[in-house]
Ligand binder design. Structure first.
Ligand code: PGA
Length: 243
């Protein structure tokens, strides 16, 4: 099965750095069975789009507005991302949730993305404390329910990606076991299917490197990886794309 690898550059790069990293990445093709997606910040989006034009890489954004185009100072709409050439958009990353983004807003953003035929990459995951209390499954079920329930019925057939990203694994060097991760990804897919969403794929993110990526990609329930830190190093990321 084709797997997807998504680079989330977060707010780490200046536009010149994003340009030079994009050029290094696209110097080689990713392995045939992989879809590779780069997610720069908004400022670098247009230039990255033109650099990716003749490459095998696709473009994604790290967020989108919950609103339609209009008088919303500082917002970047899904329609604008689409016109820039984005195919994917990360929504509800835990770093945004930590800054106050709630499920209602996340659900509205998913609606905007799907209406523009962007594929949302919806981040979910438990904190270290919730894991300690063995609440992972309950937390994930609640996060899924809260973002999916408000979506209009006709969205059920749209492709959605869920990224299982345990908050404690992000940027920490800590990871859940691949087998346990695969079970959780399968559970997320089942929960979405029960809610009527039939085109959901589930990927994993959190401290993925070129060293550990293979163990996760081997699991059939894990359809890909969302990669932060390791996507800022051209050599490591290219190794990851050639597994
Ligand atoms: P990390 O970040 O790979 O640096 O842990 C992943 C993410 O936040 O999506």
């Amino acid at each position: 099965m084709n797997k997807i690898i998504i680079a989330n550059w977060k707010a780490n790069l200046l536009p010149t750095q994003a340009r030079s990293l994009t050029k290094k990445f696209t110097a080689e093709r990713p392995a045939k069975n992989l879809t590779a997606v780069l997610c720069p910040d908004f400022v670098a989006l247009s230039e990255t789009a033109s650099l990716l034009k003749k490459s095998a890489f696709l473009l994604g954004a790290q967020d989108c507005s919950a609103f339609l185009p209009g008088a919303h100072t500082g917002e970047v709409t899904a329609a604008a991302l689409k016109q820039c050439g984005a195919k994917y958009v990360i929504i509800g990353h835990s770093e945004r949730r930590a800054n106050g983004e709630n499920s209602k807003t996340i659900s509205q953003k998913i609606q905007q993305a799907v209406a523009e035929k962007l594929i949302p990459i919806i981040c979910v995951g438990e904190t270290a404390g919730e894991r300690r209390l063995k609440k992972t499954k309950t937390v994930l079920a609640k996060q899924l329910q809260e973002v999916l329930a408000p979506l209009p019925g006709n969205y059920a057939k749209s492709p959605l990606i869920f990224a299982y990203e345990p908050v404690w694994a992000i940027g920490s060097g800590l990871t859940p076991e691949p087998l346990e991760t695969a079970e959780i990804c399968a559970m997320i897919k089942n929960l979405a299917a029960k809610a009527g969403f039939s085109r959901v794929t589930v990927i994993y993110g959190g401290s993925i490197t070129d060293q550990n990526a293979g163990e996760y990609l081997q699991q059939s329930a894990i359809s890909g990886l969302l990669v932060g830190g390791a996507s800022l190093d051209a050599r490591r990321f290219r190794r990851l794309l050639n597994l």
